[in-house]
Design a protein around this ligand. Structure first.
Ligand SMILES: [Zn+2]
Length: 98
């Protein structure tokens, strides 16, 4: 008797798994088609090459910007002066006990 229940249970599980898989496949195909449509409100490609200076708020080209790495993040600056200001402020705030 226990065996029959087990087999029935297994069949039920397989049935449900198959159904949800089929649904996922269908939804995936739908969302793939829809994604090409809903990409109208994305920012222009120019912002990819422009970076903001956190010190003076000026936008500058990333390849020409001065960079500093702080806690694993890269920061960009319009000039060496801004970079030094940034590093000085971070240095005094975090590791003064050196
Ligand atoms: Zn600056």
């Amino acid at each position: 008797m226990l065996r029959i229940l087990l087999i029935l249970f297994l069949l039920l599980v397989i049935y449900w798994a198959g159904r949800s898989l089929w649904r996922d496949l269908k939804e995936g195909l739908r969302s793939q088609r829809a994604s090409s449509k809903a990409s109208s409100s994305s920012p222009p490609a120019v912002t990819d090459k422009l970076v903001k200076d956190p010190i003076c708020g000026v936008y500058c080209a990333r390849k020409e910007a001065y960079t500093a790495i702080w806690k694993g993040r890269v920061y960009y600056f319009c000039s060496e002066e801004c970079r030094q200001k940034f590093l000085a402020s971070k240095g005094s705030a975090a590791s003064s006990a050196g």
